[in-house]
Design a protein around this ligand. Structure first.
Ligand SMILES: Cc1cc2nc3c(=O)[nH]c(=O)nc-3n(C[C@H](O)[C@H](O)[C@H](O)COP(=O)(O)OP(=O)(O)OC[C@H]3O[C@@H](n4cnc5c(N)ncnc54)[C@H](O)[C@@H]3O)c2cc1C
Length: 550
C-alpha cells in the first residue's frame, strides 16, 4: 500500500471535507485520528492553492498584539511550541530582526514593550527570549540595515516552515495512516440533499469522469477562497469571503542580504513586510495585501506589486539595489478573510478563524473561514469538537497535540541528518537534500535508489534531486501530475527556474518506470510549462527556458 493513496471511490463516510488546503488537512487528520471515517476531496492536489503561497511563517502572534487579539496570540504561541516539537525536521526556529526605522508607525519604545509582553505571554516557550538590539550590535550583525539609518531594533524569536509543501504532504500521509480517504484532482460538483438537509456530496471521479454520490451526515466546506462557490451549491447565502491579494518575490542572494529574517514596516505605506532567507540560499520578499475581486484561478503578481516590494526592500537594505530583472519568480494568491463591505484597510481584518455550523436548509454543513498554517491544528481540534457534538459523540482529548509528523526522526534532527549522510551511498549533496526535504521519510527513497543505479542519478543539478524521488512521489505519495511531483512532493520546483530544466528528466523517469506513455509525458510537460507561467519565472520571461520546455 502506498503511504498516501489519493484515489478510490467511497460511497459513504462519517464526514466529508471539501478542500485539501491546510485547513481541510487539519480537520481530516484530526477526524481520522479520532477514529471517524473521513473523506477529504480536492479538485486539485494536496495544498496546491492558497496553502502553496504563504509566507511560510509559524508566527507566534506578535502581529496580533497591537490589535489586542490576545487569545489568538496565546493560541499562536501554543501551536508554535507544539509544531516545533512534533515536526522538528520541518518547523525551524527563525529569529527576525525588527528595525525601528524612522518611518515606522509604532515607535521603537512601544515595539520594545511589545516584545517584552510577548515574552511574558510566551512563558515556557521553546525559543530564546526576544531581545532589544542596540546600535553597536545592529552595526555589527546587520550592517546593511544600519546603512538605512536604522539605529536600533528588536530581535523576535519566531519559527518558519520553509517547505510548506512537505509539511502539508506529511499531514496527508498521517491522515491516510489513520484511515482517512483522500481524493485529489476530484471536483465536488454538487451537494446531496435529503430530508431538507445536506446529506453528502457528488464528486467527479478523476479516472472514469463519472459523477458519484458520497453520503455523509456532515460535510465540511474548507474550500478557502472558494467557500462561497461551495455555498452556492447549497442555495442563496450571504457572502462569506472578502479576499485580499498577497504576492511574494523569490530572488537569489543579493548585496547586503541578511542572515536572519527582517520584519519591517514598508516605507511606502507602513504595512508589515518581510525579507526572508529561505531555501537553498534563495530569499523570499513579501507580501502585498490588496483588496481583490478578480479571478483567483491563475492569479499572478502585477508590475505595481513588484515595484512596491522591491522599493521597500531597497529602502531597508539600500545596497540591495534589486531590480525586476533580479526576480527569479514570484507567487500570488488570496487570503480567504471574512467579507467586510467597503473595506478600506485590509490589514484591519482579523486573521482569526471562524467555524460556521449552518442550520435550516444547509444543516449538515459546516464552513471554515480564515485559518493559518500556524494554528491549523487548533482549528482542526475546534472543528472536531463541533463535529462530535453534531454526531452525538463523547468529547475526546485531541490526539494530534503530541502526535509526531511521519517524517520526524526518533533522534535529534541534527543527529539523524549526520548519520543519514554518513551511511548513504549517494553523493553527499543528494543525501543531505533527502534528509532536509523528507526527514525520516528519506529512507525508502534511498532504498529505491540503491535498487537501481539509474534511480540514483541526479535529475536536477541545482538541488541534487535524484530520479528515485520522482518515482517515490507517484508510487508512495499520491502524486498524479508532473506539477504535483515537482512542486509539492520533490519540491524541485522551488529552485531558481521553477523546475523547468528538471521537468523533461522527471518525465523520462515516469516513462521508464511508472508506465507513462511518451505522449502522456509530452502532454504533461506542456501542461507544466503552462501552469508555471503564473509564477512569471525569469526563464520564461527572458525566453531562456531549456529546449523542450518552450
Ligand atoms: C499571502 C499569504 C501569506 C500567508 N502567510 C502565512 C504565514 O506566513 N503563516 C501562516 O500561518 N499562514 C499564512 N497565510 C495563511 C494561510 O496560508 C491560508 O490562510 C491557508 O493556507 C488557507 O488554507 P485553506 O485550506 O483555507 O485554503 P486553500 O489552501 O485554498 O484550500 C482550499 C482548497 O479547496 C479546494 N476546492 C475549492 N473548491 C472545490 C471544489 N468544488 N471541490 C473540491 N475542492 C475544492 C481548492 O482546490 C483548494 O485546494 C498566508 C496567506 C496568504 C494568502
Amino acid at each position: 500500500m502506498p503511504r498516501l493513496n489519493t484515489y478510490s471511490a467511497p460511497r459513504s463516510a462519517d464526514v466529508v471535507v471539501i478542500g485539501a488546503g491546510i485547513n481541510g488537512l487539519a480537520i481530516t487528520r484530526e477526524a481520522a485520528a479520532r477514529g471517524l471515517h473521513v473523506v477529504m476531496i480536492d479538485r486539485d492536489d494536496i495544498a496546491a492553492r492558497t496553502s502553496a503561497i504563504s509566507t511560510r511563517l509559524i508566527h507566534g502572534g506578535l502581529k496580533y498584539l497591537p490589535r489586542m487579539e490576545i487569545p489568538l496570540v496565546f493560541e499562536s504561541i501554543r501551536e508554535r511550541n507544539i509544531l516545533l516539537t512534533t515536526a522538528p525536521h520541518l518547523v525551524l526556529p527563525y529569529p527576525m530582526l525588527i528595525p525601528f526605522a524612522r518611518w515606522n508607525k509604532t515607535p521603537g519604545w512601544l515595539m520594545s514593550c511589545g516584545l517584552i509582553v510577548h515574552d511574558v505571554l510566551a512563558i515556557g516557550k521553546k525559543l530564546p527570549l526576544n531581545r532589544i538590539v542596540f546600535s553597536g550590535r545592529l552595526k555589527r550583525d546587520w550592517p546593511s540595515v544600519a546603512k538605512a539609518g536604522v539605529k536600533w531594533g528588536g530581535l523576535f524569536q519566531d519559527a518558519h516552515v520553509p517547505v510548506t509543501e512537505r509539511f502539508a504532504t506529511e499531514i496527508a500521509i498521517d491522515a491516510d495512516r489513520h484511515g482517512a480517504t483522500i481524493l485529489t484532482h476530484t471536483p465536488v460538483v454538487s451537494l446531496l440533499r435529503e430530508g431538507g438537509r445536506v446529506a453528502g456530496v457528488v464528486y467527479r471521479d478523476r479516472v472514469t469522469g463519472e459523477e458519484r454520490e458520497l453520503r455523509a451526515p456532515l460535510v465540511v466546506n474548507a474550500a478557502g477562497p472558494w467557500v462561497d462557490s461551495v455555498l452556492d451549491l447549497a442555495g442563496p447565502h450571504a457572502r462569506k469571503i472578502g479576499p485580499t491579494k498577497g504576492s511574494h518575490l523569490v530572488v537569489d542572494t543579493f548585496p547586503g542580504a541578511p542572515d536572519t529574517c527582517i520584519f519591517f514596516d514598508s516605507p511606502q505605506d507602513g504595512r508589515p513586510m518581510f525579507v526572508l532567507p529561505w531555501w537553498d540560499g534563495r530569499f523570499m520578499i513579501g507580501t502585498t495585501d490588496l483588496p481583490y475581486d478578480g479571478s483567483i484561478e491563475d492569479i499572478a503578481i502585477d508590475d505595481d506589486e513588484v515595484a512596491y516590494l522591491l522599493h521597500s526592500v531597497n529602502t531597508i537594505i539600500p545596497e540591495a539595489g534589486l531590480a525586476p530583472a533580479d526576480v527569479l519568480w514570484s507567487y500570488s494568491g488570496v487570503r480567504p478573510l471574512p467579507y467586510v463591505a467597503d473595506l478600506k484597510d485590509p490589514s484591519s481584518v482579523s486573521r482569526d478563524s471562524e467555524i460556521i455550523v449552518h442550520d435550516g436548509d444547509a444543516s449538515g454543513l459546516m464552513t471554515i473561514i480564515g485559518g493559518k498554517y500556524t494554528t491549523h491544528r487548533a482549528l482542526g481540534e475546534q472543528t472536531l469538537r463541533k463535529i462530535e457534538k453534531a454526531l452525538g459523540m463523547p468529547r475526546e482529548a485531541s490526539p494530534t497535540r503530541e502526535a509526531r509528523f511521519p517524517g520526524a526522526p526518533a533522534e535529534t534532527v541534527a543527529r539523524f541528518r549526520a548519520e543519514f549522510i554518513a551511511r548513504s551511498a549517494l553523493p553527499e549533496r543528494s543525501a543531505a537534500r533527502l534528509a532536509d526535504v523528507y526527514g525520516a521519510l528519506a529512507r525508502p527513497i534511498e532504498m529505491l535508489a540503491a535498487s537501481d543505479p539509474a534511480l540514483a542519478e541526479v535529475i536536477d543539478e541545482e538541488s541534487g534531486a535524484i530520479a528515485a524521488e520522482v518515482l517515490h512521489a507517484v508510487r508512495e505519495e499520491g502524486a498524479v501530475t508532473l506539477e504535483d511531483i515537482l512542486l509539492r512532493r520533490t519540491v524541485i520546483a522551488l529552485g531558481s527556474d521553477v523546475g523547468l530544466a528538471a521537468a523533461p528528466r522527471a518525465a523520462a523517469v515516469l516513462v521508464a518506470y511508472a508506465g507513462w506513455t511518451p505522449e502522456q509525458a509530452d502532454a504533461e510537460l506542456a501542461r507544466y510549462r503552462d501552469s508555471v507561467r503564473r509564477f512569471m519565472p525569469r526563464a520564461l520571461r527572458a525566453g531562456t527556458a531549456p529546449s523542450g520546455m518552450l
